[in-house]
Ligand binder design. Sequence first.
Ligand SMILES: O=C(O)CCC(=O)C(=O)O
Length: 290
Amino acid sequence: MNEIHRIYGEEIFFNFQEYNYSEIDQCSHLVKDLKAGNLDGFIMKNVFQPSEVEAVKSFLSTMHEDDLMPTPSGKIFPSPFAIITDTAERLDSYYSQLAKLDVCSQNYLPVATLLDRLARFFVEVGSDFKVSIPINKVKGKAVAPGTFRMFYPSMGGLHVHCGNLFQAQSMFFYSLIKNDIEMDGQLSYFVVLQQSESGGELTLYDMLWENVKRKESPENNEFVIDDAGNKIYVDALKSFAVKPQPGDILVFSGGPIWHRVENITGLSPRITFGGFLNFSKDGEELFYWS
Ligand SMILES: O=C(O)CCC(=O)C(=O)O
């Protein structure tokens, strides 16, 4: 059988590594390495068994369309923090969606397994940190640990972005968080539940937040704007691709590294459960959320 290449391209110019969940005992330093900048990303293979992945997908297929929030390239559940812009109403709507995820995890073992294993995984790879989900100080409740993201074929994937841009755009959300989260250099994570047959890979560009902090519009997928005001066309940049497989978890420096999810060109949607990670300002804690 041909070996599946999860990290590929002419030149892998960031430090991206692959591990297997069977060797998790030796991986407790990975988050520390990401924080120190010695590592830029890693794929932990086979964190979930194929039967566990299938069970979560079966659960998703039973969800009501109304519970899935449309996005430019598919659907998301529960609502992402980006919807909390300024009003209490939006905060209520965020929490009413999140309550549905809580109900699902109480009633469906596969969802509980997903959330529990993920929490354990972050402790395993981030053993130097206290790991938790941030608390919203208005509601006194944790925010979402992650979101299910469905990317449908031919809808364009996820346009070029980096996490620091999102964090800068969502100041209101962060002002409502009790914990002291760093506002730069966040990490991204996602669990793959279904890969598209073609397309859907994550492209990482040789371009960092320290030089480029702007886009013309969120929709633009061709160029970004550097600190001197020049347009940088992403197709002209060096890049490589990462395509973790169902059951794998990818964690990477999505805050500073500009990246995008390629258009899905196969028939099957790409399905992930993911979010972001960052440290407390004193560097002692690790938070994850979406
Ligand atoms: O959920 C995904 O697959 C996309 C992840 C991503 O682009 C990000 O975390 O910034």
